[in-house]
Write a protein that binds this ligand. Sequence first.
Ligand code: GTP
Length: 875
Amino acid sequence: MKFQKPVSRESAEWLAFAAVVLLGCALSVFAVLSERNFILKNEHNRLEAQARIVDENLRRQLAGVRSALDSIRKAHLENSPGATGLSIQALRNAMPGVRALALLDKNGHILQSSDEMQDSHLDDADFLRSISKMRDAGTVYVSRPYENTPGTSNIKLSMKVESPPGDTPGVATAILNPAYFDVVMQSVIYAPDMWSSISQRDGFVVLFVPPSLRPGAAIPGLSVVPDDSRMVVQRTIDATQANLDKELVVAVSRSYQEISKPWIRLAIELASLWCVFVLIVGPSIWLLQVKRRSLSVLTEKRAKDAAENAERMELALAGARLGLWDQALPSGLLQVDERAASILGHVDGQPRTILNWRDEIHPDDLDNVVLAFDRHLSGETPRYEAEYRLRHVNGCWVWVQARGKIVERDRQGRPVRILGTRADISASKRHESEIQQLAFYDGLTGLPNRRLLMDRISRAVNLSHRNRQAGAIMFIDLDNFKDLNDTLGHDKGDLLLAQVAARLLEVTRKTDTVARLGGDEFVVLLEELGASDSSVSERAEQIGQNIVQRLSTPYLLSGHEVYSTPSVGVAMFGADTESIDDLMKQADLAMYEAKAAGRNALRLFSPQMQTQAAASVALERDLRGAIARNELHLHYQPIVDADRTMTGVEALVRWNHPRHGPVSPAEFIPLAEKSGLILQIGQWVMEQACEQIRLWGARPESRRLTVSVNISARQMRQPDFVGQVISVLSSSGANPFRLRFELTESMLFSDTEDVIEKMNDLKAMGVGFSLDDFGTGYSSLSYLKRLPLDQLKIDQSFIREALTHTSDATIAKAIVGLAHSLGMLVVAEGVETEAQHTFLAQSHCDSFQGYLYAPPCSAERITALLNTQGLDQVH
Ligand SMILES: Nc1nc2c(ncn2[C@@H]2O[C@H](COP(=O)(O)OP(=O)(O)OP(=O)(O)O)[C@@H](O)[C@H]2O)c(=O)[nH]1
């Protein structure tokens, strides 16, 4: 862990600590030294006092001895030996420091003495020598110390005694009493380590206490204490002053070691104290600092965390574009920060205080906001949350999302402060509505799509259950819209769809729903049409007819006038409607009925329709096995020339249902188209026709007969259609030049190039082509000339009306002219009367087909007819 902060403070603490320790140590040293000095000085003074005691005693004794010796000397000089003897004894008795007194001649013979003299050796050589050296009569001569009992030093003090004239000079001698001095010196000893001594200047120790530690009888030098380890106080008895022949030194001493003990103890105590102080205070400071450092690190970390949290919070708020608000209760005084204020266009970067917060809220949203707010205040919700609009400074409304929570209550628990955030959700609201639009509305027309429609229908049906009001749904499908797309282009188709949507909205009520299911399918949901069934269907039919009529009015698409019609299927719903799916199917079925009825029509769903639908489903099911069960067969309708000679036939498929008998192609071909069975049936028809061509080809009367086969768009769109034809031709052995395919105009609109290519391939093999129902579709002359067509078949509608409507006659003639000019022949179909034949023949029509000449009949019949060429017999 890295501690950075209060380094200076810590250093200061360590400096202070060091200063205290140093100062303390210095003071301690000073105290110890002072103590030492005091002790030494004290000790010195004391030793001095003790030395003085010994010194004074000694001086007194010496003075006494001098006086005694002097008395003996004088007595001797006065020559009164008896008196001398008595006085010596008396003198000795008077002096406790003297053990014996004696008067000696120069040879050391005792002339007179005190009683104690018996054990004294006064005749030793040293002494005699010293007597001989005594020159001065007034001087007291001090002998060398000697021992007559081991361990006890004796000393003699002697004065020269001038004998009366003629007599031998002698000496008066006093032997000092060592016991006395011992007592004196013992009395000054106050410590076991203390020594006390009397010695001669030249180092001879006279007396030493304690005697056991006596360093030696004759130690050269002035001091009896040879080393520096002792404190010594000496007092010298000056030889001149005391009339001695040599100086005496009184010394008392003590061991420095002993003397120093108190201050050394003090020093040790103080040192220990400081050691303890250092050992306690130092680690304490260290611990304190470590703790403080970790505390400061913790505090720093907390502060950093708090700062980071605040920063994160700020970032989060900024990132989430959240503003803060703070509201006091019950005053309602609202304070918003600058971000919350900026949402409403206050860009001065200042917080705002709002007195009346309700004023800013959109009136439509206010109730919800207040409700949410009150629910939170009353404790019903854990937090307050609302989405609403606020007035922007520029006057528009801004969608915001507000969230908040009570953060403070009074003692009674009543909320006094609520804190929260505010976010601008205009963009997400916009996206929401865009998504809503995409999810529920059709992009092209803006109408509700299937999903929304289903929801509305479901709600409408539920409502009708409750209020017993019936409604209707209308399926609207534009007729042949594909053709319009194919001819005018998808863009125009789109324009038409948009206009259809607009028109539907025009003719319906606001409460109705107009939806686009997809493609050219629209649905109108009509609600609350009334209570009774009959009135409901009447009103629905009326509205439906309105719609048919309105949608059938020509459209103007970028300058092109376009005609379009709708097929409308209507289904009613009411209290007894159970399934919406069924309802939708019903409307769908009705719409298909309208288509089947020729388009541009309206059909109301009826239960019979359902039955019919079910029947057609059953029929379709039966159709699936019809080929295998041999129920299909071909009929051939003759095509004749102007002389009514049969030149060809059109193969027409027939179905003989085992139960229902013959089923009309108009009934089952659409079913086959719808179910895809047309491919199977178409293939079968082609095979049958080719087989017939082969058969007829073998007979001279029928060899030149062409057989026209209807080809459905689905068949033609098969990628291997040409291959299939080749295969059928080769397997049947039919002459391709006798095979003619009849195509419808509509199949040429899509994948035109592909169709042309296939036609060219087949044409190259000899297969002919005829364009069926010509004139009913949106034929484009530009591609008509590109198609390898042999024939145009004028639709029978023109033939039927040709004699009554001049326009149809004109169209029929125009078609003939057009075909001839493009090198094609013209076949008129549906010719039923002689008048029609005459008209068509006069119009230079090349071939004719119709009941006037022959109805569709079996191949055998055709063969028979050919044999006789008696078409009249057919009827
Ligand atoms: N322009 C345009 N065409 C569309 C759109 N959606 C689907 N279609 C076309 O609308 C046509 C719908 O045709 P259908 O309803 O099946 O057939 P139809 O030609 O109207 O014939 P009937 O309904 O039998 O009368 C198809 O060709 C689709 O390709 C669209 O959004 N815009």
